[in-house]
Design a protein around this ligand. Structure first.
Ligand code: NDP
Length: 246
């Protein structure tokens, strides 16, 4: 499996799952574009770590929940590497708490980042993919999008929207030779879950058949498979990677 000459944009890739995906694609020869919104220092560190390995990469600090920022981002990438061949919609945030304590602002913020960004990036990138009659789009989703999580109503709703968007877009883009899939992650060991105490972590692990959190690299492996020719007949799927959660 190699991705030489392929341009891959991974939203939200300064750390966690996004960074593992970027590292994996870059190690297979792709030109990868790292992205994040807040910490320039963290993005720089991620970028330098790939450069140090001799990988081909670029970085853009931009908020993918804002359409105009996305237009500028993809123009910039076009000037550096060319058009994007593989789009990974990974940027996301979570909000944990009772629904009654959630403000309209927080609802909008999660929706704008978790699903608005998917609209923005897909809307812009699919234009050139349709023209080129090829491409792969992979959305990083969550099991809560299907099952629903108590105290994560907005997060669950945003990932549920992502799952149906994946299936709808796969049908719409299939005639143009573009595949669209999602990975529905269980609990993955990243800073998104650093809010849990040791006791809470143990109780979460009690509900996982394989008795551990997943790793970002395990998600990255599925991601490269879904972007590769090995999965050339797979589209419109939401693939669960959760270590057998009860
Ligand atoms: P992290 O919090 O570790 O990383 C999130 C990344 O997204 C960071 O690089 C962050 O950078 C970036 N980001 C957030 N908002 C924006 C934005 N508006 N524009 C650009 N970048 C942004 O999260 P994970 O790696 O854990 O999660 C990655 C994806 O996987 C998310 O979509 C999440 O919902 C999904 N997922 C994660 C699970 C888990 O257990 N970890 C389980 C199921 C799904 P910055 O903060 O600088 O903006």
């Amino acid at each position: 499996m190699d991705f030489f000459g392929k341009n891959v944009f991974i939203s939200g890739s300064s750390r966690g799952i996004g960074f593992a995906i970027a590292n994996k694609f870059a190690s297979l020869g792709a030109n990868v574009v790292l992205n994040s919104r807040k910490s320039e220092e963290e993005l720089d560190k991620a970028y330098k770590s790939l450069l140090d390995k001799g990988f081909s990469c670029y970085k853009v600090l931009s908020d993918v929940s804002d359409y105009e920022s996305c237009v500028k981002t993809f123009d910039e990438i076009k000037n550096v590497f060319g058009e994007v061949d593989i789009l990974i919609n990974n940027a996301g945030i979570s909000k944990i708490g009772l629904f009654q304590d959630l403000s309209p602002f927080e609802w909008k913020e999660v929706m704008d980042i978790n699903i608005g960004s998917v609209f923005n990036c897909t809307h812009i990138v699919s234009k050139s993919m349709i023209k080129n009659k090829k491409g792969s789009i992979i959305n990083i989703s969550s099991i809560w999008g299907d099952r629903g999580a108590s105290c994560e109503a907005v997060y669950s709703a945003s990932k549920g929207a992502m799952n149906s968007f994946t299936k709808a877009m796969a049908k719409e883009l299939a005639p143009s030779g573009i595949r669209v899939n999602a990975i529905s992650c269980g609990v993955i060991d990243t800073s998104m879950n650093s809010c849990f105490t040791q006791e809470e972590k143990e109780s979460i692990i009690d509900g996982i058949g394989l008795m551990r959190y997943g790793t970002p690299d395990e998600i990255a492996e599925i991601c490269v498979f879904l972007a590769s020719e090995k999965s050339s007949y797979i589209s419109g799927q939401v693939i669960t990677v959760d270590g057998c959660m009860y």
